[in-house]
Design a protein around this ligand. Sequence first.
Ligand SMILES: [Fe+2]
Length: 263
Amino acid sequence: MQQQQLEHFKKYFDDYVSTFYGGDEFVNQNIKLKVDHTRRVCREILLIAASIGLSDEQKLLAETVAIFHDIGRFGQFQKYGTYSDAESINHSGLGLRLIREKKLLADLSSREIKIIERSIALHGKKDMPDSLDDKTAIFSKLIRDADKLDIYCVMLTHIDNFRKNPQQYLASMGFPNTRRCSAEIFDAVMNNRTVHYKDLKTLDDMLIVQMGWITDINFVETLRQIKKRGYIEQMAALLPHTPEMKKLTAHILRYLDEKIVKA
Ligand SMILES: [Fe+2]
C-alpha cells in the first residue's frame, strides 16, 4: 500500500461525510461527533503502531483501518437516528457493505483487503476470536485499542452535554441518563469480565464498563496513555462518590499500574 492510496481514502472519507450534514442541528452534532472521533482515532492508531515498531507501510494500513472503522456510523444515524447497534443495525456490517459496494479498497492486495475488512468487522465486538492469523490480529487489536482510547476522550468531553440533554442522549445512545449502576455490571468489572453493550442500562453503567475496558486493552502503550492522561481518575470523578465506586476505581487503577510495571 502507498501513501497516495491513503490520501485517496482520506479524501473519500471527507467527501462522503460532508453529504450527511443538513438543516437539523441534532443530526449535525452527532455526525460531527463521529467525524472528529475518526480523525482522532487515526492519530491514536499511529501512536500505538509506532510503539510496536510497525513499518511505514504497515502504518498506512493501520490508518486505513482507522479511517474506515466507523464509516457505517453515518448511514446508521441517518437512517435510524441512533448509534445504538442494538436498536438499529450493526454499524461495522453496514460499513463493510458500503466499502464493498463502492469498491473502495479495489486497488489494494487481497491480503490487505482481508486485514482491513476483518479489523473493521471485529473492532466493536465484545471479544476477539482466537483463530485470527498474526497480521489480522495485530491490526484488529490496534483499532480496538485506538477506538477505546478516543472513546474515553469523547465521554469526558461530552458528558456534560449528555447529562444536560438526557432525551438527546437517549436518542443517540439508546439508554437513559440515570444515576444508577447495575449490580451485574459492577460485578463484571470487579471480576475483569467484558460486558456486552446491550447489557448496559444507564449512563453510569457505560462509564463503569468503559473504565473496565483496561482489562481488554492489547498494547502497553495504550495503557500508558490512559494513565498519563488520567482518564480513569477523570471518569471516576463523574460517578457517585460511594464506597462501592471507590473500590471499583481502586481495583482498576491497581490493574493498570500492575500491567504497566510488568511490561
Ligand atoms: Fe470508533
